[in-house]
Ligand binder design. Sequence first.
Ligand code: NAD
Ligand code: UDX
Length: 478
Amino acid sequence: MPIKRICCIGAGYVGGPSCAVIASKCPDVQVTVVDLSEERIRQWNSDHLPLYEPQLDDVVKSCRERNLWFSTDVDKAIIEAELIFICVNTPTKLFGIGKGRAADLKYIESAARRIATVAKSSKIVVEKSTVPVKAAESITNILQANVKPGVKYQVLSNPEFLAEGTAISDLVSPDRVLIGGEKTDQGREAVEALCWIYEHWIPKEQIIVMNTWSSELSKLAANAFLAQRISSINAISAICEATGADVSEVAGAIGTDSRIGSKFLKASVGFGGSCFQKDVLNLVYLCECLNLPEAAAYWQQVVDINDYQRKRFALRIVESLFNTVTDKNITILGFAFKKDTGDTRESAAIYLSKYLLDEEAKIRIYDPKVEKEQMLRELTSPMISDNPDRVSKLVTIYDDVYEAAKGSHALVLCTEWDEFKTLDYKRIYADMLKPAFIFDGRIILDHEALMEIGFHVETIGKRLTRKPVHRPIAPCTQ
Ligand code: NAD
Ligand code: UDX
């Protein structure tokens, strides 16, 4: 049966962009994205969308109020739709059983209960959120326990693989689309209906159909493998720093092996984002629940190495700055968890800032896309700071990178924004306190050129030949 109306519950980083692309590719389908947050919906209906993502503005503008709608009227959208995507958040639980590891499924459950309460006709319910294996079964149980006469439900798994910063191109040209469903006539019919949507722009052979649990597990496994690659190269970066090898050369060498491949081998200050840590911990918890402690310990190491990498980098900063950063001005370049997004969830910059604040350093932060309030929210969250007053005393946010650098003892590059590659480092150097330090947590800068200017440069996975710190220096213009 061709789908005429889609409802998407959750207007976040996944729900908004993925439904905007569906609407743009399927002009014959009405797509309504709903959320409990009035503010988010107001922004989706405005010129200032709630998230920054390249090309998103154009896609939304091309179909909003044609066949793409954003609304807080959750019930109406559920009632009208034949197919409902669940795109709500599934954060790590902060309390109770599975605290710090298990996914908190309360938003999934409340979405499922809302569907069960208001639906008057049969629905295909598609879980797009990342969930533990067998979550579809729980959704089915909730729906079936409250089913009304004449209403039938089919629950499918259709995990999303978009990465932030490239969401639109990932959605338009995905490596694959995964659909998990029941191997019954009704299940196959539901899978076909969802395939029909994707076939508007994705070749049939790229749509992989499998059983629901495999589909749910594939999403966790994909993120765990990607995160594992970063932790692996970061573990190698520690060896490089201790031996004089260069992690970029090692990554280049191993990446040419076609069995290994070159992607996701960039050593860094540590992975961030709302997905990797959460999903790996979710997998760890699943292993523990299944009484597989060795498998749990294996995946736990991926997260542990990431913590280690962030701490190692912070320690390197403190050690280089003569073993004290107290009262020193340290400018953080980039606060987003990667370039081309304003998202800060689990960003390495948050943890770096925390370690430096614990040492009473004065932190200045510059990021081209992250709002000031967002940075302060992250730094004052209970997981990061037990002393919000210290944050307001020690943290200053700048919207001009040159002003931020003026009078700083050190720059710490945490996000690989392209603009950081082309800054006027001669000007920055002249305005900094000497010796002027720069810590490149993303290995994107021209280290030789920076050392030529006079900077003391430190980076990940490489020991740089140091220039003496007492060499003649340009006068500080401050
Ligand atoms: P998000 O926090 O940006 O958005 C979730 C939205 O759901 C919020 O706006 C929230 O208000 C809304 N919501 C929660 N409960 C609701 C309810 N009952 N009714 C209506 N709205 C409700 O989250 P996100 O980043 O879009 O992630 C959503 C899911 O997709 C998660 O499971 C995540 O793991 C997964 N995922 C995320 C990404 C990513 O890059 N962010 C990529 C792939 C998969
Ligand atoms: C990730 C997955 O890539 C995506 O498929 C899934 O749907 C959601 O989670 P995302 O978190 O948006 O996407 O970005 P990603 O590009 O994967 O980067 C995650 C983190 O790893 C970033 O902090 C990034 O800077 C870091 N990273 C990535 C590295 O440190 N080195 C690399 O080689 C690649």
